[in-house]
Design a protein around this ligand. Structure first.
Ligand code: BES
Ligand code: MN
Length: 458
């Protein structure tokens, strides 16, 4: 890498971290309407960062939270790279399980604790600081850069597709880069070539118009909590197979070669169980833990609410019961068709004595990228050099990033998923954190990446 870039990174590493902390103090919870003003502040922070570097930058309003778009196009003939990231975060609850408050970033033992530290503010920020390093030391970038940093990833990127469609020409690029995934293990970086898709719904069953005395009325009216439990129980059979009709029809089965590739990664199941505090793994019969997580579809209950949940007993028949469900999808499952199939399956089983209400939140298909692409080789070199290792694993992951398929469909480009985080960083959980050293390695890898991608075309 350019010596002056390397030097700039060294000189400014503490300030980079302080600036990230500033961003982490803004509670940008996209799911919470009360955070709307903070979402604006989050977007303004990113906008200012890029505008100060000489990017053409703007805050684009949407029907939901704003998108920050910025571009620097002064490298004629060089490739154009799209950087995508998100400044929104998941809700911080349950708050009492955080050692230090979620929006007061704190460093302990080389880890930066805060909601969004790894997912995705910390990872996304590495690509802004790498651009800064080039522009403030060399004075230019080796590639053209476009940034799309959105505020609705954690709620399904509802308004992003419209933005991409409407700005197709302006957003033209050769490849997209996203750091919103994980390393394979600490110090063992990975490039992710596949993600699962998702569908997210909510079901509410309503019985009596208010909670009832369970002695006076119980036994004579349907209990919505019992009703919803029966619906949930009908989702899987004893082998962990999902029972929604047609659910597996489009599933692309793993090839023998890919199963072997997964086995060759050497997965430490004992460490996995210890980390999660479980005694046994569980899931669809006939598949390994990695296969179940990366390449098999699931149907999970994410939340379940009904009746009295306070301390001590209370004798009621609840009026309502609600369940939040997400299915993770694999190629070639269609989120819209399967949302309809799930709706129909649950509704058909709901007793007539309970009212059935179904909400479709969002969905996106799974994504698998050609693991032999030359972009992967260029990225792999940059990551190897920054991490000081001689190999970067090629993995799939089980999480979802809705935009990657949209990039392919709308812009016709593939996405490099370069994960600087760890799956043990507590993303979406209390005490989310990002390893400070990985933040700095990520900035270095990103700085090197721009040069590697520039070298590819010549
Ligand atoms: N960064 C995650 C996705 C992720 C994490 C992928 C780790 C691979 C490894 C992302 O922000 C996320 O959580 N996405 C949501 C998307 C959904 C709400 C549409 C998800 O996967 O639940
Ligand atoms: Mn994320």
């Amino acid at each position: 890498m350019h010596a002056s870039v390397a030097n700039y990174l060294k000189q400014n590493s503490d300030r980079f971290l302080e600036e990230l902390k500033e961003l982490l103090r803004i509670p940008t919870v996209s799911a919470d309407p009360a955070c709307k003003p903070h979402m604006r502040r989050g977007a303004e922070f990113i906008h200012r960062q890029l505008a100060d570097l000489g990017f053409q930058a703007e805050i684009v309003p949407t029907a939901g939270h704003p998108i920050v778009y910025a571009e620097w196009l002064k490298a004629p003939g060089a490739p154009t790279v799209m950087v995508y990231g998100h400044y929104d975060v998941q809700p911080a609850d349950p708050l009492d399980l955080w050692t230090t408050p979620p929006f007061e970033p704190t460093i302990r033992d080389g880890l930066l604790f805060a909601r969004g530290a790894t997912d995705d503010k910390g990872q996304m920020f590495t690509h802004i600081k790498s651009a800064e390093a080039w522009l403030r030391s060399v004075g230019s970038l080796p590639v053209n850069l476009k940034y799309v940093i959105e505020g609705e990833e954690e709620v399904g990127s509802r308004n992003l597709e419209d933005f991409l469609e409407a700005n197709k020409d302006r957003l033209k690029c050769d490849v997209a880069v996203v750091s919103d995934t994980s390393q394979y293990a600490p110090g063992q970086p990975a490039i992710t070539y596949g993600l699962r898709g998702i569908l997210a719904v909510e079901v509410t069953l309503t019985g009596p118009k208010k909670d009832l005395h369970s002695g006076i009325f119980g036994g004579a009216v349907a209990n919505p909590a019992t009703g919803i439990a029966r619906l949930i129980a009908s989702l899987h059979d004893d082998q962990g197979r999902i029972q929604i009709p047609g659910f597996y029809d489009q599933v692309v089965e793993l090839t023998a070669a890919e199963r072997q590739q997964f086995r060759d990664l050497g997965f430490d199941e004992a460490a996995f169980k210890a980390e999660l505090g479980i005694t046994e793994v569980a899931g669809e019969a006939g598949y390994s833990t990695i296969e179940r997580r990366w390449a098999r579809p699931t149907c999970e209950v994410n939340g379940l609410v009904s009746g009295y949940t306070g301390v001590g007993p209370k004798t009621i028949v609840p009026s309502k019961a609600t369940v939040k469900i997400t299915c993770r999808l694999v190629p070639d499952q269609d989120p819209h068709a399967l949302t309809a199939a799930l709706h129909q399956y649950l509704k058909a089983q709901c007793p007539r004595s309970l009212a059935f209400e179904f909400t479709d939140y969002h969905g996106c298909p799974a994504f698998v990228f050609d693991p032999n692409s030359p972009y992967i080789e260029a990225a792999s070199e940059a990551v190897r050099e920054a991490w000081g290792v001689d190999r970067v694993r090629l993995i799939r992951e089980g999480g979802s990033i809705p935009v990657v398929q949209t990039f392919k469909d709308v812009l016709g480009v593939d996405t490099l998923l370069l994960g600087w985080g760890l799956n043990t960083d507590n993303l979406h959980s209390p005490n989310e954190h990002f390893t400070v050293a990985d933040f700095h390695r990520g900035i270095e890898a990103s700085s090197r990446l721009w040069a590697k991608l520039a070298a590819m075309k010549s």
